[in-house]
Design a protein around this ligand. Structure first.
Ligand SMILES: [Cu+2]
Length: 127
């Protein structure tokens, strides 16, 4: 009888470990997807949108906008602060661009004339 209980206990332990592993894997695999600006989309005065959100590396940002008017440029800190497009920057123009966040600071601007200066810029920190 004691042996039987021990065997059952072993099975329970294996099942529990499998459940823990599944949870860990799910957390790693489950990246969040955010629509930038929510219903407004990628637009002016973006400063407030990232506030209160906890971004993680691997999360996906979806930039929705009118590509005739706007674009998305992933820039460095200097590009963000100075509203400039560093040489070799990636300019996205589809109107529905998906960008995966890297760990650390991620900076985005719209480089249509005057837009970044009007707040079409965003800095996001991903853990
Ligand atoms: Cu713009």
């Amino acid at each position: 009888m004691a042996q039987g209980r021990g065997s059952a206990g072993g099975q329970v332990t294996v099942v529990l470990w499998a459940a823990v592993l599944c949870l860990l894997l799910a957390q790693v695999a489950e990246a969040a997807t955010y629509t930038v600006g929510d219903t407004r989309g990628w637009s002016f005065n973006m400063d407030s949108w990232p506030r209160g959100k906890r971004f993680r590396a691997g999360d996906v940002l979806v930039f929705k906008y009118n590509p005739l008017v706007h674009n998305v440029v992933a820039v460095n800190a200097a590009g963000y602060n100075g509203c400039s497009t560093p040489r070799g920057s990636r300019v996205l123009t589809s109107g529905k661009d998906r960008v995966t966040l890297a760990r650390g600071r991620n900076y985005f601007i719209c480089n249509s004339v005057g837009h970044c200066q009007s707040g079409m810029k965003m800095a996001i920190v991903a853990a």
